[in-house]
Design a protein around this ligand. Structure first.
Ligand code: ZN
Length: 292
């Protein structure tokens, strides 16, 4: 097999999954089977090298969002998730700061922090978002564009992006280079050791593994890639995006339900659950803070 891990290692790659994977929303599966490998050097799990070009360049990506590409629908869909993340970071952190979002999408995050910041920068490879982004933010396609223009940022966020990328080391190096002294970058990416992967790996795998995600990090592999990118000051913690109701419905129905569907559990109970999975490294996401 002509595969090599994104850390460079090509020895002792173990196939941890071979089957159909998700190619869109729940239930949409690939025709062909795909392999997911585990690298025993860095502990990264990764999708076998796709035969076609990158996800962002395919029609699939476009089609997926053209259904609801009306920008207001997009913001509505993303707003509550984004607001939770802003709250976790702390709204005052953005005050008078240059803030960049790598993988800005339609710009929901930047729109929400713009009023207190000194400048907002959107980095988004999908060109069809640029006409929206340009109205409110300095807009680029790739992090390299900022480096060429010697633009720096005090705060960089990148939510659910690094798992799509083929060259995570370059991506992280770019973040380090663009981040101002005393700046902070927040990288959020799915956690391979999510509670559902522990409880129901068989039914969760064909949903979790998807054509759009090349990389599946856990704390160990994230730490490896941060160090490999020359990043010394970082902290990895956990962030859970789903609720207890979703967990129970997954266990019952073997499919995602979205949030607050059972309406049995109060806020106090949900917080207890979320705190528990975050403290025990079973959360849906890794929350990485990088300092310069
Ligand atoms: Zn590796």
């Amino acid at each position: 097999m002509n595969n090599r891990c994104h850390c460079g290692n090509n020895k002792n790659l173990k196939t941890i999954y071979y089957g159909r994977i998700r190619s869109g929303s729940f239930g949409k599966l690939t025709k062909n089977k795909f392999r997911i490998f585990n690298c025993n050097k860095c502990n990264l799990k990764f999708l076998e090298k796709p035969k076609k070009k990158s996800f962002y360049e395919t029609n699939e990506y476009r089609k997926k969002f053209n259904n609801s590409s009306e920008i207001n629908i997009y913001h509505k869909l993303h707003k509550s998730r984004i607001k939770k993340k802003i709250k976790k970071i702390g709204e005052t952190k953005f005050k008078k700061k240059v803030v960049a979002d790598f993988g800005a999408g339609g710009g929901t995050f930047l729109n929400n922090i713009k009023k207190n910041s000194s400048k907002t920068i959107a980095v988004e490879p999908a060109f069809f978002w640029h006409s929206y982004l340009k109205k409110k933010h300095l807009t680029f396609s790739y992090p390299e564009d900022l480096i060429k223009k010697k633009i720096k940022a005090d705060i960089i966020v990148s939510f659910d992006v690094i798992e799509h990328i083929n060259q995570p080391v370059e991506f992280l190096k770019n973040i380090k280079q663009i981040l101002n002294k005393n700046g902070t970058a927040y990288i959020v990416t799915p956690n391979f050791n999510d509670i559902l992967m522990n409880l129901i790996p068989d039914s969760f795998s064909s949903f979790n593994f998807r054509t759009a995600h090349t990389l599946y990090f856990n704390e160990e592999s994230m730490s490896f890639f941060l160090k490999k990118s020359g990043i010394k000051k970082y902290k990895i913690s956990y962030y859970h995006e789903m609720d207890f109701s979703n967990l129970l419905l997954w266990l019952r129905d073997k499919k995602p339900s979205g949030l607050n569907k059972l309406k049995i559990f109060d806020k106090e109970f949900e917080n207890l659950y979320i705190n528990y999975v975050e403290a025990n490294k079973l959360a849906s996401h890794l929350w990485v803070e990088i300092r310069n």
